[in-house]
Write a new protein. Structure first.
Length: 403
């Protein structure tokens, strides 16, 4: 009886430790998700994904013979939009993706004189400078009074416009702050890295598990592969800077860190992950399948590639998912291998930044832009979730076909 009570007490202790550890893990992950979504969800929109990071600025002017608008305020405009019937312009106070106050163009009438502005920076071109809904108005400078600025608000800017027959220039810009360039860079990195790392990693795992002799050399090789999985990624970044950046400069038209050098660096980081995951997938294939194939007259190579490899495909797809997740989340190595410049015009031979490095750039600002960083983190989570679902569906399809 005493032994039984002692055993029960030990069992209760182990169960308590298990439940406590599980609770801490779930609570920690939940708090991370809540923090990210609470801070980033308000900036999450489609425009963030398709817009450039750097805003394009324009200086517009109007001719002397201005034809003013005759359009009355549309009933569809909300109360927080200030409208000038004289200029056919509706403005609204807002904040940009970095949390700064801005004045945004919400409406332009069809007969607005602002639709026929010319470019003050290139007056000889005679090209019409189009202002559109969604553009930000930074300031309106007049000949006979003080300039209307963003800090004075949309209501004051409309008031100044209504009481002016002309202006010297209007400075407006695109919204900016988008992540289109970083998203494209991330997709490039995923594609190039997977094309390089997957074939090498998978065929290496096939050799180690199916063809390599069981000797000291292969044991040392496996130990080295396992050792590489624990090497900090920043060391791989230094290798990328010292090896792959000069290599790509020599053999391509790149002149500094670039997407190709970043992908090569990531491929080296992923190789041990892909090799180990693939080899584990090959190990769980029953030996009876191999024996049956050989008994039916297939040779070792045919058995490996026509029987064993298809059976291990779900595990290999999981390795692919792990690899893609590592590419999306990697930042330290890419800081050295590709750079931290946020670009809108993307070339595989030029500097750029991934979504993870974009987050790092937002967090090193003073003050840190936690909202935008959290929004980008949500987008990364959505990409990983989508890839996870796709690979799970593919795995189920192959399992069903094999069955």
């Amino acid at each position: 009886m005493l032994m039984s009570n002692k055993r029960k007490a030990i069992d209760v202790f182990y169960q308590s430790i298990t439940y406590l550890a599980a609770f801490i893990a779930v609570a920690t992950l939940s708090m991370i998700f809540i923090f990210v979504f609470a801070n980033g969800s308000k900036l999450l929109n489609f425009g963030l994904i398709i817009n450039d990071y750097h805003a394009q600025f324009y200086n517009g002017g109007v001719e002397d013979n201005i034809q003013y608008s005759s359009s009355i305020r549309p009933a569809s405009l909300s109360d927080d939009i200030y409208y000038s019937e004289k200029w056919g312009l509706g403005l609204k106070d807002d904040i940009d993706r970095e949390g700064n106050p801005v004045i945004i163009v919400e409406y332009l009438s069809e007969d607005s004189p602002l639709l026929s502005m010319y470019d003050k920076n290139n007056e000889e071109s005679y090209e019409i400078l189009l202002i559109e809904n969604g553009h930000l108005v930074s300031k309106i400078a007049y000949y006979d009074k003080a300039t209307s600025l963003t800090k004075n608000g949309a209501e004051m800017m409309i008031y100044d416009l209504d009481n002016s027959n002309s202006f010297r220039e209007i400075v407006f810009s695109s919204l900016g702050g988008g992540i289109r360039g970083s998203l494209i860079t991330t997709l490039y990195l995923i594609a190039i890295t997977i094309v390089i790392a997957l074939p090498i990693g998978i065929f290496t795992a096939i050799y180690l598990n199916e063809f390599a002799p069981k000797n000291r050399l292969t044991r040392i090789l496996r130990s080295l592969i396992e050792l590489l999985t624990g090497v900090p990624s920043i060391i791989f970044g230094l290798m990328g800077l010292a090896v792959f950046v000069p290599l790509t400069i020599k053999f391509t038209r790149a002149d500094s860190g670039n997407i190709i050098s970043g992908a090569l660096t990531l491929a080296v980081i992923l190789l041990p992950v892909v090799i180990r995951a693939t080899e584990e997938s090959l190990k769980i294939v029953p030996d009876t399948l191999r024996a049956s194939s050989l008994a039916l007259g297939a040779n070792h190579t045919q058995t490996t590639f026509k029987v064993v490899l298809p059976s291990a495909l779900p595990g290999i797809l999981t390795a692919t998912l792990l690899a893609i997740g590592r590419v999306i989340g990697e930042s330290a190595a890419l800081i050295f291998a590709i750079g931290t410049a946020v670009k809108d015009d993307i070339s595989i031979f030029g500097k750029s930044t991934s979504l993870a490095v974009h987050i790092w750039s937002m967090m090193k600002d003073e003050p840190a832009n936690i909202e935008l960083a959290s929004t980008i983190a949500i987008i990364i989570l959505m990409i990983v979730l989508a890839l996870n679902i796709i690979i799970k569906l593919i795995s189920k399809r192959f399992i069903r076909d094999l069955g």
